[in-house]
Design a protein around this ligand. Structure first.
Ligand code: GLU
Length: 490
């Protein structure tokens, strides 16, 4: 791996506001890749300063799902590191001197305006279609005593940035080149509850944690001039910025958890996608390959060839058909025994199977994997395809669409199959096929479809199943005969 560049420090900084968004994984992937490319570090920081949106348990899900996806961090709340703590709520004292300095230098001011006043102000601005919107600076330059005499006062103030008229609105983005953002409002940097807002905390933490590259979603472009202004006032060197395009639905709308189940990172795990397939898929989204032959690529390849210039600025479309194809590819590239392990782990994770697994069932599943491996799209497909193997002989239900395929003489066919199989010594797929061919197809002159079809229905209850003879071998002679006998005698 080439580490010719200066080691870079990057971070992903999710807010624990609910079920993790797939975008968090997408950001983590690109941040991690660049850290690895330069031989630097990747940090996980939890941005939990918005207490109204804080959701208990969300942080744990972030840890679990990013680990599942194979995106480990070098420093973070759960692993520690030289810049701990990595949870913003544990760093409140850290932000204070920075806010105090901004106030002392006249770059920030207290604001005692109540929520009601601010809401009314917004309403008025909207109604009058004023070109200048945002906070009207009523509190700027006032003492508490002066402000108290006016309406819309609240005793606990917030602190706002005094955004200068000539704030630099243009900056250089590693992906987009020179870009501009609209004029910002006098952003609140310290809230009434004593917590900094994201804008203050992100600047202080990125600086103190030695972050060299901020890679985040394009929704933060409009905030970047405010951040750069804070760096300037505080006399700090800003990091470089790369704003990734937002993931989009096939109708090009922004992916949201409300509209698209795939916006939830956990959804992919629940559906039985392999983490390596999802990781590869996310790589492709921001980083279209040179041609279709390069769609499958390992994380190491991705790191090796990483280049910001290759990141597309057009919102990548989230095409689950591509992911299905990719997942099938990764499933087929596993050794059957490995795939069986992955299926069992998945069944245990979803709670369908207990831990530890029933050894007999685990063995049956492991033996059966080769007959379904080619046809699996997700790990969730495994058990339904093999359901007949795990069903007791007297519980097999003949499905209606399977029954419809039976020829008129099906009882005669199945009875002949029972006689033929009864005499078999070795119950291998090959021997089963051999004898059924000999007795039914050649002996009775029945077309293979009508000879084997009824046997399939009797064995599985279904019309479409994994290969029949292999399935019978897995079931064994006693079970296979029992099922066929029950079927003709029903
Ligand atoms: N906490 C922000 C988020 O959840 C992070 C933005 C950033 O990376 O600066 O989107």
């Amino acid at each position: 791996m080439s580490t010719s560049q200066t080691p870079a420090r990057l971070r992903v900084a999710p807010s624990p506001t609910g079920d993790p968004h797939v975008g968090t994984a997408y950001m983590a992937l690109f941040n991690l890749a660049y850290a690895r490319k330069t031989g630097g570090q990747f940090v996980l920081r939890i941005e939990d300063t918005d207490r109204n949106r804080y959701i208990e348990g969300s942080e744990k899900q972030i840890f679990e799902l990013l680990r599942w996806l194979g995106l480990p961090w070098d420093e973070g709340p759960d692993v520690g590191g030289p810049y701990a703590p990595y949870r913003q709520s544990e760093r409140l004292e850290t932000y204070k001197p920075f806010v105090d300095k901004l106030i002392a230098d006249g770059h920030a001011y207290y604001c005692w305006c109540s929520q009601e006043r601010l809401a009314k102000l917004r309403e008025e601005q909207q109604a009058s279609k004023q070109s200048k919107t945002g906070y009207d600076r009523l509190c700027y330059g006032m003492s508490r005593e002066e402000r108290e005499k006016l309406p819309g006062f609240t005793p606990t103030p917030v602190v706002r940035m005094l955004v200068p008229e000539d704030i630099e609105l243009t900056f250089t983005d590693l992906i987009r080149g020179e870009i501009s953002a609209p004029m910002p409002d006098d952003q609140v940097i310290l809230k009434a509850d004593g917590f900094p807002t994201y804008h203050m905390a992100v600047v202080v933490d990125d600086h103190l944690m030695g972050i060299t590259h901020v890679v985040r979603g394009e929704e933060w472009i409009s905030s970047t001039p405010k951040h750069l202004q804070l760096y300037k006032w505080l006399g700090l060197t800003p990091p470089q910025f790369a704003h990734m395009p937002l993931l989009r639905n096939t109708d090009h709308s922004k992916i949201s958890k409300r509209k698209n189940p795939a916006a939830r990172l956990a959804w992919f795990r629940e559906q039985g996608y392999l983490p390596e397939a999802l990781r590869n898929f996310l790589q492709l989204l921001g980083y279209p390959p040179a041609d279709d032959d390069h769609e499958i690529s390992s994380f190491d390849d991705f790191v090796e060839n990483f280049d910001w210039a290759k990141v597309s600025t057009v919102g990548p479309v989230f095409d689950l058909k591509k992911l299905d194809w990719m997942n099938g590819f990764y499933i087929r590239s596993l050794e059957p025994a490995q795939l069986a392990e992955r299926i069992i782990e998945h069944l245990q994770w979803t709670g369908q199977w207990p831990t530890p697994a029933d050894p007999q069932k685990a063995k049956l599943l492991t033996d059966a994997v080769p007959i379904i491996q080619e046809r699996l799209v997700t790990l969730n497909d495994a058990l339904p395809k093999l359901g007949f193997l795990f069903t007791a002989d007297d519980q097999i239900v003949i499905e209606d669409d399977a029954r419809k395929t039976l020829p008129e003489n099906w009882k005669e066919v199945v009875s002949a199959a029972i006689d033929a199989l009864d005499g078999l010594e070795s119950f291998s797929a090959e021997a089963i096929q051999g004898i059924l061919r000999e007795k039914l197809v050649e002996g009775m002159g029945i077309k293979p479809k009508f000879a084997f079809g009824p046997v399939r229905v009797g064995i599985t209850g279904q019309r479409v199943t994994p290969p029949l003879f292999e399935s019978m071998e897995l079931l064994g002679k006693a079970s296979s005969l029992e099922r066929l006998r029950r079927f003709v005698n029903e």
